[in-house]
Design a protein around this ligand. Sequence first.
Ligand SMILES: [Zn+2]
Length: 445
Amino acid sequence: MPRTRPIALVLGLLACFGNRSQAAASDPDPQVTAIRCGYLLAEPGSPPIANAIVIVEGDTVRAVVGDPAQIPQNAHVVDLSDQFVLPGLIDCHVHLAMEFTPDVRLRELQDSDADRAITALANARKTLLAGFTTVRDLGSSGDAVFAVRDAINNGRVSGPRILSAGEAVTPTGGHGDNTNGFREDIFEQPTPMDGVADGADPCRAAVRNQVKRGADCIKLTATGGVLSNIGAGIEQQMFEDELRAVVETAHLLGKRAAAHAHGARGIKAAVRAGVDSIEHGTFLDDEAIELMRQHGIYLVPTILAGKTVEANAGIPGYYPAPVAAKARAVGPVIQSAFGRAYKGGVKIAFGTDAGVSAHGINALEFVYMTEAGMPNAEAIVSATTSAAYLCGIQDTAGRIKPGMAADIIATSASPLDDITELQRVTFVMRGGEIVKKDGASLLRP
Ligand SMILES: [Zn+2]
């Protein structure tokens, strides 16, 4: 958008001098766009509207109208009258600065924060072109993702809206301790600045440090995890006073707390400590489902991650032995856990854990969600309005209505009928900037 401002300024100046010619008045203003939609799903969960027109001004939706006569004269018209238009998608769980491959541990030793920032930007743009106009990054080492987020927010590069957790808060040897399994002289002992903390006070310091460096939300590892190179299982790994310290400090500072949790005991402890979401929820039992429902805690399912690690664990040497063992335990049950949670009335917000899987294939998660019994319409709600609520951006993103960010995508047929349409997004507008049209990227290099 910034590159278009000077033209708008010139038009504004002409108008000020009172000699704006007739030709200039009818020239399209690059700040005003009218999108003619075949169908518009303005409010996911409600029926789509036929032949609606979305008026965008700058980075914001100004109006949704039905009569072509209401298109402003100076609008640049985008014809999506044979397309299905919906709000930009939101993935509540990604790791932009990495992508797991067998050489991931070698890259831990080689990559600088600068390398990671370049990686994160490339992955963010792949994700944007796949129709995800907002992502929540739940744990990346160093400052890389903050730098990418800020560059996008400042208009220096195009990309999705990024909410970043910084470093996950984790105990020594926990799922978020990036030094697990390395020779002891390679990395310095991690500290609360790196998110590693044992005991309630260091947990408070770890949260405060992430907020100090710019975190939008807080990630904590309530249980062990699959891809950390340590044979400590996937059950609870933080004490209740540590969980409470993390959540209370996050909430004190106005941030949401997202708990990575696989084992049922760890899930329940995290829910009782007041977290805002359970990420993964692999071994949810009936009691955990009921607790989450009662407390209105979101589940972010990440079925795609479970399927990915299960498949990779079958490739000899792909993962270290402790990781492969955990992957074989989690993969086969994560989809049915999601299905039971959904049927048990738990609130669902879309998330993939992309970075475990390849970036840009995030919409495959919809297929797994609907296979497990969630109707297409509700799966779309989970990635728009519900995800916006979990991320605290419900007044900005997740719907197409006046005052909301102009984050708009399209598919060539209705994803309400065929959810795989979301894997073939044809059009992406992010903050009023068209970055994909007719299926082709328009991103500035
Ligand atoms: Zn994750």
